[in-house]
Design a protein around this ligand. Structure first.
Ligand code: DX5
Ligand code: ZN
Length: 200
Protein backbone atom coordinates (compact mmCIF):
# COMPACT_ATOMS: atom_id res chain seq x y z
CA UNK A 1 0.00 0.00 0.00
CA UNK A 2 1.15 3.55 -0.61
CA UNK A 3 -0.16 4.67 2.77
CA UNK A 4 -2.69 7.26 3.86
CA UNK A 5 -2.75 10.95 4.38
CA UNK A 6 -3.35 11.75 8.04
CA UNK A 7 -5.48 14.81 8.71
CA UNK A 8 -5.62 16.37 12.12
CA UNK A 9 -9.03 17.49 13.34
CA UNK A 10 -8.56 20.44 15.64
CA UNK A 11 -12.14 20.82 16.85
CA UNK A 12 -11.07 20.49 20.47
CA UNK A 13 -7.64 21.93 20.31
CA UNK A 14 -5.62 25.01 19.71
CA UNK A 15 -2.60 23.10 18.51
CA UNK A 16 -2.14 23.17 14.82
CA UNK A 17 0.90 21.70 13.17
CA UNK A 18 2.18 18.47 14.65
CA UNK A 19 3.36 16.47 11.70
CA UNK A 20 0.01 15.80 10.05
CA UNK A 21 -0.34 16.05 6.27
CA UNK A 22 -3.15 18.55 6.42
CA UNK A 23 -5.51 20.27 8.84
CA UNK A 24 -9.14 19.27 8.97
CA UNK A 25 -11.11 22.22 10.33
CA UNK A 26 -14.61 21.48 11.59
CA UNK A 27 -16.83 24.46 10.94
CA UNK A 28 -20.21 24.81 12.62
CA UNK A 29 -20.60 28.55 12.55
CA UNK A 30 -19.89 31.67 10.59
CA UNK A 31 -16.54 32.47 12.19
CA UNK A 32 -14.51 29.61 10.75
CA UNK A 33 -12.76 31.74 8.16
CA UNK A 34 -11.33 33.88 10.97
CA UNK A 35 -9.78 30.70 12.36
CA UNK A 36 -8.15 29.95 9.02
CA UNK A 37 -6.74 33.45 8.90
CA UNK A 38 -5.35 33.37 12.41
CA UNK A 39 -3.84 29.91 11.96
CA UNK A 40 -2.10 31.06 8.82
CA UNK A 41 -0.61 33.95 10.70
CA UNK A 42 0.57 31.73 13.54
CA UNK A 43 2.03 28.83 11.60
CA UNK A 44 5.46 28.76 10.08
CA UNK A 45 4.36 26.66 7.13
CA UNK A 46 1.23 26.99 5.06
CA UNK A 47 -0.77 23.86 5.81
CA UNK A 48 -3.44 22.42 3.53
CA UNK A 49 -6.76 23.47 5.04
CA UNK A 50 -9.60 21.01 4.52
CA UNK A 51 -12.74 22.80 5.73
CA UNK A 52 -15.44 20.43 6.95
CA UNK A 53 -18.54 22.58 6.67
CA UNK A 54 -21.18 21.23 9.05
CA UNK A 55 -23.33 24.28 8.52
CA UNK A 56 -26.75 24.87 7.08
CA UNK A 57 -26.69 26.64 3.72
CA UNK A 58 -23.03 25.90 2.93
CA UNK A 59 -23.46 28.08 -0.18
CA UNK A 60 -23.08 31.24 1.85
CA UNK A 61 -19.54 30.62 3.14
CA UNK A 62 -17.71 29.70 -0.06
CA UNK A 63 -16.33 33.14 -0.79
CA UNK A 64 -15.15 34.16 2.71
CA UNK A 65 -13.62 30.72 3.21
CA UNK A 66 -11.70 30.99 -0.06
CA UNK A 67 -10.56 34.53 0.70
CA UNK A 68 -9.30 33.37 4.10
CA UNK A 69 -7.02 30.89 2.35
CA UNK A 70 -8.73 27.51 2.69
CA UNK A 71 -7.66 24.87 0.16
CA UNK A 72 -10.61 22.51 0.17
CA UNK A 73 -14.29 23.04 0.91
CA UNK A 74 -16.04 19.89 2.10
CA UNK A 75 -19.81 20.26 2.34
CA UNK A 76 -22.59 17.84 3.26
CA UNK A 77 -24.76 16.49 0.49
CA UNK A 78 -27.69 16.63 2.93
CA UNK A 79 -27.27 20.39 3.41
CA UNK A 80 -27.82 21.60 -0.13
CA UNK A 81 -30.50 21.31 -2.77
CA UNK A 82 -28.17 22.11 -5.62
CA UNK A 83 -24.85 20.28 -5.35
CA UNK A 84 -23.94 21.07 -8.98
CA UNK A 85 -24.10 24.83 -8.44
CA UNK A 86 -22.17 24.59 -5.19
CA UNK A 87 -19.44 22.45 -6.74
CA UNK A 88 -19.09 24.99 -9.55
CA UNK A 89 -18.92 27.90 -7.12
CA UNK A 90 -16.25 26.22 -4.98
CA UNK A 91 -14.11 25.61 -8.06
CA UNK A 92 -14.56 29.15 -9.33
CA UNK A 93 -13.30 30.32 -5.96
CA UNK A 94 -10.15 28.28 -6.40
CA UNK A 95 -10.75 25.53 -3.85
CA UNK A 96 -10.90 21.79 -4.14
CA UNK A 97 -14.26 20.11 -3.59
CA UNK A 98 -15.08 17.61 -0.87
CA UNK A 99 -18.50 15.99 -0.59
CA UNK A 100 -19.57 14.45 2.72
CA UNK A 101 -22.34 12.05 3.64
CA UNK A 102 -23.71 11.45 7.12
CA UNK A 103 -24.01 7.92 8.54
CA UNK A 104 -27.70 7.78 7.63
CA UNK A 105 -27.17 8.67 3.97
CA UNK A 106 -26.64 5.83 1.54
CA UNK A 107 -23.61 6.04 -0.68
CA UNK A 108 -25.59 5.81 -3.91
CA UNK A 109 -26.62 9.44 -3.40
CA UNK A 110 -23.01 10.48 -3.64
CA UNK A 111 -22.17 8.46 -6.72
CA UNK A 112 -23.62 10.87 -9.34
CA UNK A 113 -21.20 13.56 -8.12
CA UNK A 114 -18.11 11.42 -7.74
CA UNK A 115 -16.57 12.44 -11.06
CA UNK A 116 -16.94 16.14 -10.25
CA UNK A 117 -15.35 16.17 -6.80
CA UNK A 118 -11.83 15.79 -5.45
CA UNK A 119 -12.74 13.90 -2.31
CA UNK A 120 -15.62 11.97 -0.82
CA UNK A 121 -16.03 12.05 2.96
CA UNK A 122 -17.73 9.08 4.57
CA UNK A 123 -18.63 10.14 8.12
CA UNK A 124 -17.91 7.43 10.69
CA UNK A 125 -19.71 9.26 13.53
CA UNK A 126 -22.70 11.59 13.63
CA UNK A 127 -21.40 15.13 13.10
CA UNK A 128 -21.17 17.10 16.29
CA UNK A 129 -18.17 16.49 18.46
CA UNK A 130 -14.89 14.66 18.79
CA UNK A 131 -14.28 11.53 20.81
CA UNK A 132 -17.25 9.48 19.58
CA UNK A 133 -17.24 5.78 18.82
CA UNK A 134 -16.16 4.68 15.34
CA UNK A 135 -19.02 3.25 13.26
CA UNK A 136 -17.56 0.21 11.60
CA UNK A 137 -20.75 -0.39 9.65
CA UNK A 138 -19.82 2.57 7.43
CA UNK A 139 -16.97 0.58 5.91
CA UNK A 140 -19.07 -1.01 3.14
CA UNK A 141 -19.73 2.53 1.85
CA UNK A 142 -15.99 3.17 1.65
CA UNK A 143 -15.39 -0.15 -0.03
CA UNK A 144 -18.15 0.42 -2.58
CA UNK A 145 -16.81 3.86 -3.45
CA UNK A 146 -13.27 2.52 -3.78
CA UNK A 147 -14.49 -0.17 -6.16
CA UNK A 148 -16.51 2.23 -8.28
CA UNK A 149 -14.04 5.13 -8.29
CA UNK A 150 -10.49 3.78 -7.99
CA UNK A 151 -8.74 7.15 -8.14
CA UNK A 152 -11.07 9.15 -5.89
CA UNK A 153 -9.71 10.46 -2.60
CA UNK A 154 -11.86 8.93 0.14
CA UNK A 155 -11.77 10.46 3.61
CA UNK A 156 -13.11 8.99 6.83
CA UNK A 157 -13.87 11.17 9.83
CA UNK A 158 -14.84 10.26 13.37
CA UNK A 159 -13.53 7.85 15.95
CA UNK A 160 -10.45 6.86 13.99
CA UNK A 161 -7.62 5.66 16.20
CA UNK A 162 -4.74 3.17 15.97
CA UNK A 163 -7.21 0.29 16.45
CA UNK A 164 -9.81 1.35 13.88
CA UNK A 165 -7.63 2.94 11.18
CA UNK A 166 -6.69 -0.39 9.57
CA UNK A 167 -10.38 -1.08 8.90
CA UNK A 168 -10.60 2.23 7.06
CA UNK A 169 -7.45 1.58 5.06
CA UNK A 170 -8.55 -1.95 4.19
CA UNK A 171 -11.92 -0.68 2.97
CA UNK A 172 -10.12 1.78 0.72
CA UNK A 173 -9.96 5.10 2.57
CA UNK A 174 -6.78 7.03 1.84
CA UNK A 175 -7.44 10.28 3.70
CA UNK A 176 -7.84 9.83 7.42
CA UNK A 177 -9.07 12.39 9.93
CA UNK A 178 -8.20 11.93 13.55
CA UNK A 179 -8.79 14.36 16.35
CA UNK A 180 -9.05 13.46 19.99
CA UNK A 181 -6.78 10.42 19.89
CA UNK A 182 -3.97 12.46 18.40
CA UNK A 183 -4.43 15.23 20.92
CA UNK A 184 -4.80 12.95 23.93
CA UNK A 185 -1.27 11.61 24.09
CA UNK A 186 1.95 12.48 22.34
CA UNK A 187 0.63 13.89 19.04
CA UNK A 188 3.71 13.24 16.95
CA UNK A 189 4.01 9.60 17.93
CA UNK A 190 0.28 8.94 17.45
CA UNK A 191 0.44 10.44 13.95
CA UNK A 192 3.44 8.25 13.15
CA UNK A 193 1.64 5.20 14.51
CA UNK A 194 -1.43 5.92 12.37
CA UNK A 195 0.76 6.42 9.33
CA UNK A 196 2.57 3.14 9.88
CA UNK A 197 -0.63 1.16 10.30
CA UNK A 198 -1.73 2.48 6.87
CA UNK A 199 1.48 1.21 5.32
CA UNK A 200 1.08 -2.32 6.63
C1 DX5 B 1 -17.22 15.44 14.11
C2 DX5 B 1 -16.06 16.06 13.37
C3 DX5 B 1 -14.81 15.23 13.39
C4 DX5 B 1 -14.28 14.95 14.77
C5 DX5 B 1 -13.08 14.05 14.71
O1 DX5 B 1 -18.30 16.30 14.09
O2 DX5 B 1 -16.41 16.27 12.03
O3 DX5 B 1 -13.82 15.82 12.56
O4 DX5 B 1 -13.98 16.11 15.46
O5 DX5 B 1 -12.63 13.84 15.99
P1 DX5 B 1 -12.36 12.37 16.59
O6 DX5 B 1 -11.16 11.84 15.87
O7 DX5 B 1 -12.11 12.65 18.01
O8 DX5 B 1 -13.60 11.55 16.36
ZN1 ZN C 1 -14.82 16.74 10.61
Amino acid sequence: ASGCKIGLSILNSDLASLGADYLHLDAFCSQHHLLVESLQNQLAQDPFFDMHMMVSRPEQWVKPTAVAGANQYTFHLEATENPAALIKDIRENGMKVGLAIKPGTTVEYLAPWAHQIDMALVMTVEAGFGGQKFMEDMMPKVHWLRTQFPSLDIEVDGGVDPDTIHKCAEAGANVIVSGSVIMSEDPRSVINLLRNVCLE
